[in-house]
Ligand binder design. Sequence first.
Ligand code: HEC
Length: 122
Amino acid sequence: MKGLKTISVIIVLSIISYGCYYDKEEEIYPMIDCVTSDMSYSSDILPILISDCYGCHKADANFGNVTLEGYEEVLKYVNNGSLLGSINHEGGYSPMPKNSAKLVDCELEKIAAWINDGAPNN
Ligand code: HEC
């Protein structure tokens, strides 16, 4: 009986998680694959920062004393780990963008891939 219960719980949980999985981006952008190779700071990363972060982290609106305007500034937060930590909502970092939904998975993957490539100024 105990084994049967466990199996039912597993089945129910897989149905629930399967359901959630398809509620994500795939449904909203079904035809777009997330390209993460050869990321460019100016054409892939900067647009994300401008649309989701500059509202609070432009040079003249530097909330929390953090400015993400200019490659050198961004690099500081790449190097101390807080850029990735905050956008991925890791413990020990303030979750960003503050008081908004997490960036979509593809944006998170692009930023991670760019940092993995050595965060080039390209
Ligand atoms: C609504 C305003 C707002 C937005 C939008 C926002 N931030 Fe922040 N950010 C803050 C504030 C305020 C702080 C200071 C810490 C705190 O109060 O949480 C901060 C702190 C940070 C820090 C330092 C975090 C730490 O734990 O050391 C980083 C890195 C950061 N933000 C990156 C980003 C990135 C990247 C985005 C866009 C994806 C973003 N922020 C969007 C307001 C914002």
